[in-house]
Unconditional design. Sequence first.
Length: 184
Amino acid sequence: MVEQVIRNWGLIAVRGALAIVFGALTLFKPGLTLVMLVAMFGAYAIIDGIIMIVSAIANRRTQPRWGIPVIGGIFGIMAGVLTFAWPGITAMALLAIVASWAILMGIVAITAAIQLRKDISGEWVMVLSGLLALAFGVMLVMNPGPGLLAIVVWVGVYAVVSGALLMALAFRLRKWGHSHGLLS
């Protein structure tokens, strides 16, 4: 399982880069309308979900629990499709979608880190990323009153930090793979 994760370090880096771009756009363009934010989140969730599924399917023969990232990817795609299916979605409905997606992604990341902890060092980065996602989702559920536009900054900060953690994990996996002869 470790070899497959290490070989796919690039996909993890792409997911991190996409999260950082999404977060930066959200932070540096706070005047975005709700429709634009819906479109940005929808596109990000769909692309992230596709990458998770492709990576899991590519490694299904050697990765015993490849279904977990597939489920996470399916939920990501569903969250993205729902945002496009209802472009006039209210701030509270989008807030519920974002919160549910963040909680699920947090659980998936923590589960994957627990599975990898015996095989690699540095899995704490994945745990931290999962905890951040989980905390972000719970925060949105606990404080829905302000609405999505009022928390645009939090969405951006979460995406940038989460993306940075994914990129740190990716490059740590790459370094580990090179040092153990798994990557050429």
